[in-house]
Ligand binder design. Structure first.
Ligand code: GLY
Length: 347
């Protein structure tokens, strides 16, 4: 297919990430070999389904594939055990078997939820990611992290379970609000900070080449996931800005978006390490997308939340630190040290 960018992941499963304008209308053609003769259920939320569900189903139908749909109320609050069980029951009542396929049409919530259903329904069925947000395209749709939130915290139940394909139609970003777009750019800025690949220049360019940006980000993620699918080592660098960011997100009761919290988290840690030049470069990139660096909570409030993060233990936490654009390291610190760092970073 012409003008199609393709990045191949070689983890426990080998699969392609396709980046192409208008790919939503090619879903049937691109996925027919994966779906084979099986049934399909397209899972989406109440914001995204009205925009793209019919187009996805029409594209499948052109290949003779009839799809069922399941639409849940949009928002992080739906990424819970109740929606998860409802979807599993929907699949069971519809006679779905191990040969069948789920398609996640939406952002991070839809991808994580659908992926977890796929990982666990009949001990695992195929699933395909169609990310419709920038954040999902550059991060959550790739690498196989699936899950749901529990009342005690985000993503506390889940599985590493790779999709069979990821298809990103860059045209979908046209329907994304500035705020959602900026949220995804925070993750793009994260990749620039930890791995570089010329992303800082692309981010600051007058006109954004979004397909090039997405391709560079997913190539970085592909290399990291290939090397450490289950996050026992290098994959942790993808958590740059997230230790503090997740704590801010929890403290806000999830009223401040993930990307905005990661932006604050990246800035606080970089400032704490007194890397002035890098701090200025980071600030410039964040400012371009109106991503704020001033956190509305106290260091102590953030620390209390960070202690409850699933990645922290009694000895402390692995913090990701960048001291130079495109480079980062994993530093094991105690919770007392983290408090001092947060205080320094918020001065
Ligand atoms: N979002 C971080 C990761 O996939 O590891």
């Amino acid at each position: 297919m012409v003008d199609m960018r393709k990045v191949t992941v070689n983890a426990s499963k080998t699969y392609d990430i396709i980046i192409k304008k208008g790919a939503i209308d090619l879903v049937g053609n691109l996925t027919k070999d994966i779906i084979a003769q099986g049934k399909v259920c397209v899972i989406s939320d109440s914001n995204v389904a009205p925009l793209y569900m019919e187009r996805v189903k029409n594209s499948l139908s052109k290949e003779g594939i009839k799809a069922k749909e399941y639409v849940f109320p949009a928002g992080e609050k739906s990424k819970n055990a109740q929606t998860y069980i409802e979807i599993l029951n929907f699949l069971a009542q519809g006679g779905f078997t191990r040969k069948d396929t789920l398609i996640a049409l939406g952002g991070g919530v839809t991808g994580d939820l659908t992926g977890f259903c796929a990982a666990t329904y009949m001990r695992g069925i195929k699933f395909i990611q169609l990310p419709t947000s920038l954040l999902a395209a550059v991060d959550s749709s790739v690498g196989g992290k699936t899950g749901i939130d529990l009342s005690c915290g985000k993503n506390l139940a889940g599985a590493f379970y790779q999709p069979s394909m990821v298809i990103f139609d860059s045209d979908v970003l046209k329907t994304l609000s500035k705020e959602y777009f900026a949220d995804g750019m925070a993750e793009v800025i994260k990749y620039a900070m930890i791995k570089g690949e010329g992303l800082d220049k692309l981010i600051l360019a007058e006109e954004l080449d979004i397909e090039e940006i997405v391709e560079r980000c997913v190539k970085i993620k592909r290399d990291i996931v290939n090397a450490d699918e289950f996050e026992s080592g290098i994959r942790q660098i993808l958590n740059f800005g997230h230790t503090v960011g997740h704590a801010i997100e929890a403290q806000s009761d999830y009223t401040i978006s993930h990307g905005r919290c990661v932006a604050m988290g990246m800035y606080i840690v970089t400032k704490a390490y007194k890397c002035e030049n890098l701090c200025k470069q980071l600030f410039k990139m964040l400012e371009k997308f109106n991503l704020k660096t001033n956190c509305p909570y106290t260091p102590k409030e953030i620390l209390e939340r960070a202690k409850k993060d699933k990645k922290a233990d009694s000895s402390g936490v692995n913090l990701i630190v960048s001291k130079e654009m495109g480079k980062c390291e994993i530093v094991k610190i105690t919770m007392d040290e983290l408090l001092l760092l947060i205080k320094e970073g918020m001065k």
